[in-house]
Every structure is written in structure tokens, then in C-alpha cells.
Ligand binder design. Sequence first.
Ligand SMILES: Nc1ncnc2c1ncn2[C@@H]1O[C@H](COP(=O)(O)OP(=O)(O)O)[C@@H](O)[C@H]1O
Ligand SMILES: [Mg+2]
Length: 359
Amino acid sequence: MAFIQTVNLGYKREGRDILKNVNLAVEKGETHALIGPTGAGKTTFLRLIDMLDMPGTGKIFINGVAVSHSEKSRLEIRRRMAFVLQKPVVFNLSVYDNVAYGLKWRGLKKHVIREKVNDILETVELVKYSKRNARTLSGGEMQRVAIARAIATGPEILLLDEPSANLDPVSAAKIEDLISGIIKQNAITVLMSTHDMEQGQRLADRISVLIDGEIVQTGNAREVFTSPKNREVAEFVGMENIIDGEVISNEGNMAAISVYGKTIEAITEHGVDEKVSVCIRPEDVTVSLARLSSSARNVLEGTIIWTAYSGPLCRLEIDCGFPLVSLVTRRSAEEMDLKKGLKVFGTVKAVSIHVIARH
Ligand SMILES: Nc1ncnc2c1ncn2[C@@H]1O[C@H](COP(=O)(O)OP(=O)(O)O)[C@@H](O)[C@H]1O
Ligand SMILES: [Mg+2]
């Protein structure tokens, strides 16, 4: 059994299923990201693991022991984990006292506490704010205090609920660096939620995708990113082009798929049924004015129906019998003078076509 294991965990709110049959296994020392859109049930799930709420059905096992909600077992288990909430929670105390809080509560000697706290303040780069009231800090700094307080007591399990959501990009990057450092330096098991697929990819060993209260897919980042299990996961991981088609042939991992009268070739790592959707990331569609002679298997001719510039990028849609969204750099878009009505070719490698079953 895994270090953290849930078995058919279910939770209802006002008669509505918020979590359904969640079976999640997190190995000791693993960093596991729970990703999913807002409202999927991520916070609800973490609150059940932290024993703040009671599951309606199913069981939670920590280190092989079924969690019971007796006060004694609850205290014992909660001592071994720390939970950092999405919205940073700090006490109305100095930064130092915030971090020292759990250590004082555990009755450690003053000089031991001082050493530990100073060490951690160094890690979270808050030494200079040591005496400041934590409530006067910025959101990102407060989140760093919350993380510092969480790791101060040396928990075996760290639960993080969207630790960098609602922060500006610079503060969010700092938090991510901090978490990454904690993961590397400590023998700690981390279960974190995020709605940011890329953050999940950067930090986690494995990812579970939670959609509408159900885990739809678990795997390493590459698997989830390149072989989404169904349309919902595909959409969530940024497959903007999801086009229905029928498999014509499938030999030696190379499938030919008929899509609105055109044939698309794709590499498939697994057997596929006849009814499929082909998924293509916009950044995997190369746009050119003439037919490219390259090794890419798929060249789709069409007309641009819109372009949208944003920063250094240009997003555009080509009507090639079906809509195909492409993302190119602003510079190449300007060089080719890409605009509505222009005839272009969209080129996609067979390895960039991801095939999912259609139900
Ligand atoms: N206090 C609450 N009262 C009623 N519904 C809630 C409450 N908190 C969350 N929900 C609902 O439970 C579902 C899951 O929410 P949540 O676990 O917060 O999702 P996530 O963290 O993935 O955004 C959502 O549909 C949300 O609207
Ligand atoms: Mg949440």
C-alpha cells in the first residue's frame, strides 16, 4: 500500500457528489500533483487528507494505517503533516514568531528554536523581515511565511493547496523555486494541488487529473501531457485542436486517420478504436506560405480565418476543412504577413498528433 492511499473516497455536499470514488496513491518521498480546473474538488480532497473534514464514503490510509477520526488518532496523524492553504494564513505575530509557533508548542528549547527558525527564514529569504508583523507583508511574502511555518516542524507529509495561485508572476515563481528546493532537500512526501498544468509538470513526479470530482488519469507529466486519456484531459492540458476522425489503418504504430475528408498520419503508442479524436497543440502547427518539403507527415492546406496578436506571439486559425489553431511567433507572422483570407499550409509531424478514443 502506498504511503498515502485513498480507497473509494467520496464526499457529498447538499446531496451533490463533490468527490466520487477517488483512489489515489502517493508513494513515500513522491511529489504528487493534483491538477484540475477550478471547482474540480482539489481543496475538498486535501481537506479530507488533512482530516479537517470527514469523508462521506471510503477510507484514507496513511502509512498503511486506516485513518480514524478519534481525537487521539487525528492528533497523531495531523502532527505528521502540514497543510498550506491557498490563501496564505499568518498569525498576527512577527515573522519569527509565526515560524517558531509550532516549535514552541512542541516544547523545544529556546536556542534550538532560534537556530531552526533562523535557518528556515534564510531558506525562504525572509531574514530581514524577521521582526515584522507577518500581516504587513505582501501576499507572496505571507505565503513564504506560511510555507516556512509548515516545514518548521519537519512534517513527513506536506499538503499544498494551489500555493502560488492569486500571486503575481514574480512572487509565484519564487514560491515555486522554494517548493522545488524543499522537495530536493527534504525526505518529504508532497501532495499539492494546482490548476496550472505546467506547474504540475515542473514540480511533480506524478500527476493525477481531477475533473468533476473524479480522477480521470494518473501518470507522469509526459504521459498526461502527451497522451491525455479523454477529451476533458486533452482540453485541460492545452490541446486546443481536438478534431473527430475515423481510423482507416493502423500498422506498426502508424495510424492513418480520416478527418473531414483529409488523411492525417499519427504515431500511436497504443491500440486505437475506429472512432477517435486527433489532438494537436497550436504550437505544433508550423505555418508556411508554400508547401514545405520536410519529413513532417501532415501538410494541411487552408485559409486563415482570423489572427490575434498577443505579446511576442500570434495565434491564428486556418480553415482546412476543419478549424486548425496555430501559434507562431509575432516575428514570423509579420514576415509572412499572415492575415485573414491568406492561403497557407499548416504542417504537423506525426509525433505531434495525439490520438484519443471518442465515446
Ligand atoms: N463551502 C462550500 N459550500 C458549498 N459548496 C462548496 C463549498 N466549497 C466548495 N464547494 C463546491 O464543491 C466543489 C469543489 O470545490 P473545491 O474543492 O473548492 O474545488 P477546487 O479546489 O478544485 O477548485 C465545487 O463545485 C464548489 O462549488
Ligand atoms: Mg481549491
